[in-house]
Design a protein around this ligand. Structure first.
Ligand code: ADP
Ligand code: MG
Ligand code: ZN
Length: 519
């Protein structure tokens, strides 16, 4: 490919504290909570109210910034970003501009091409906006268009779109007077951390890995649930392309509306191809903000890009400078839990698992913790991994809930695996027993005893079953001797059936071959 993609990411992470950034309103689930039930005069922007900083939100932000290896500014300044739109009742958003909370961090990614370090430019505190629902009853019956978690559909600049727009509710508004927008301020004032990288990414794969790593991090730090679909974490890539070998940056396009990792990867791939094709045919890329249309699997123009000076940033006069003293910082640092990449290193080192296996245990934190408890209960890492990610995960998935420790205690799973290792039950029986443990909560030993599932390892008993089977299936035995070796599996199945599935399979197999050889 003659063009090289250059990408920088802006990620907004809601900090799921109990209350909002500058008032005492609760932070509620924006999908399930009734609209405008978590609103007060401060987050509704009433004149004369004053914001107060939520110390817990600052602490959450410090956790993330420290984990990313950022320098923390001992003094940072809140600023007003001015714009007019109904999702922001004050007419401005409180954010940090010239002096952010944190700067100069990094994340190391393990890509298919090797290690790659992404530099974090800054991480700053701000407040989220409200949520708009555009109702357009005139051209599609009662269809509601919700502003995608961030600023989709907004055309603050009012300029016409540069490219054919896949959907633009604004165009329809006013045609018949039936279109209107609903404002929900539950999300207005929810604490946000915005993390901005340097333009260090060179592929969609790197972008995806970064987003996954960041999500794992905020989950480990108990800052955010990581539900991209709910918009609590919003990833906005800025993409440009340039001729390979060039050192200057091309014109960038920012993508919004990416509500899943898959959409993120596809959106980035799409933009790289679109821009490369434009340059390849001698045209230019326009600087703009585009949205991702999941239905059409394409980006569409939302607005031409505003510049920072359009926002008339100035220091927030209602808030003092934010001072982080050393004692506070050191306490937060000391309380950081094991981070995802630290866990990955430890699991790889101590348990001899592959990088892919480790990645799975790190990404799914609960699963990883469960796995470790099974190992602590004396099971080999290899066996523990197989059972936890195999049979147990299937049962959990079928039950439809998240990973639930209470269903089968890790010690109980270890005990079950121990019964197989000791030869008390065989592998297929163990699966049946696990399914019953999962529903009844009984211990493995109790189930095996109550249902008489203990494996038959007694050679005499199995030899008798083999002899019976051969006597009852003379035609099959003959065709085996005539060279049809696959009949062995049928006969073996008959032996196991006679044993009620409980015969030691290795013993049964050996005794059956022996019997057939003797004939
Ligand atoms: P804005 O003020 O428009 O948001 P910034 O310069 O602050 O733009 O950068 C926003 C993000 O875009 C950062 O992650 C940055 O690394 C990235 N970026 C800036 N210029 C380019 C470019 N030409 N190509 C790709 N990414 C870029
Ligand atoms: Mg931007
Ligand atoms: Zn409030």
């Amino acid at each position: 490919m003659p063009y090289e993609p250059v990408i920088g990411l802006e990620v907004h992470i809601e900090m799921q504290t109990r209350s909002k950034m500058f008032c005492a309103c609760p932070v509620v689930d924006s999908v399930s909570a009734a609209p405008n039930t978590a609103v007060c005069p401060i987050c509704a922007g009433h004149p004369g109210t004053l914001p107060v900083v939520n110390a817990r939100a600052v602490e959450f932000a410090l956790r993330v910034a420290l984990a990313l290896g950022c320098q923390i500014n001992p003094v940072s300044i809140f600023a007003r970003k001015n714009y007019f739109y109904p999702d922001i009742p004050k007419g401005y958003q409180i954010t940090q501009y010239e002096q952010p909370l944190a700067e100069h961090g990094k994340i190391t990614l393990h890509t298919s091409q090797g290690e790659k370090t992404i530099r974090i430019r800054r991480a700053h505190l701000e407040e989220d906006t409200g949520k708009l629902t555009h109702v357009a009853t005139d051209w599609e019956s009662d269809k509601r268009i919700t502003d995608s978690a961030d600023e989709a559909e907004k055309q603050k600049s009012g300029e016409p779109a540069n490219r054919q727009t896949g959907k633009s509710s604004n165009e329809k508004t006013g045609q018949s007077g039936k279109s209107y927008s609903l404002v929900d301020l539950n999300r207005a004032g929810v604490p946000l951390l915005e993390i901005v990288t340097e333009p260090d990414f060179r592929s969609a794969e790197e972008v995806r890995l970064y987003a996954e790593t960041l999500r794992a991090l905020v989950r480990y730090l108990s800052v955010n649930s990581g539900d991209l679909e709910k918009g609590v974490m919003r990833i906005e890539p800025n993409i440009s392309v340039r001729p390979r070998g060039s050192k200057t940056l091309g014109t960038k396009v920012e993508i919004k509306n990416l509500n899943s990792f898959r959409a993120l990867e596809r959106g980035v791939t799409y933009e790289i191809a679109r821009q490369s094709a434009l340059l390849g045919s001698g045209r230019i890329v326009l600087q703009e903000t585009v949205g991702w249309d999941e239905g059409r699997q394409a980006t569409y123009s939302q607005r031409s890009k505003e510049d920072a000076h359009d926002y008339r940033y100035f220091p927030e006069p209602d808030l003092p400078p934010l001072v982080i003293d050393t004692a506070w910082l050191e306490r937060v640092r000391a309380e950081l839990p094991e981070l995802p990449w630290q866990r990955a290193q430890r699991l790889e080192r101590d348990f001899g698992l592959s990088a892919a296996e480790v990645a799975r245990l790190v990404e799914e934190k609960d699963l990883g913790e469960y796995f470790e408890q099974v190992v602590q209960a004396g099971v080999s890492p290899r066996l523990a991994f197989a059972w936890v990610t195999g049979e147990l995960t299937s049962l959990m998935n079928a039950a439809g809930a998240g990973f639930d420790f209470s269903k089968v205690h890790p010690k109980e799973l270890a005990a079950l695996i121990g019964l197989v290792a000791a030869g008390t039950i065989n592998q297929p029986t163990a699966k049946t027993v696990l399914a019953e443990m999962f529903t009844s909560g009984q211990s493995a030993a109790n189930i095996v005893a109550a249902r008489g599932l203990a494996q038959i390892s007694d050679e005499t008993a199995i030899a008798r079953l083999v002899a019976e089977t051969c006597a009852e299936n003379p035609a099959e035995v003959d065709s085996f001797h005539a060279g049809k070796k696959t009949v062995f599996n049928f006969l073996f199945g008959q032996v196991m059936k006679k044993a009620g599935g409980k015969a030691n399979p290795q013993t049964a197999r050996a005794l059956l071959s022996q019997a057939l050889r003797q004939k």
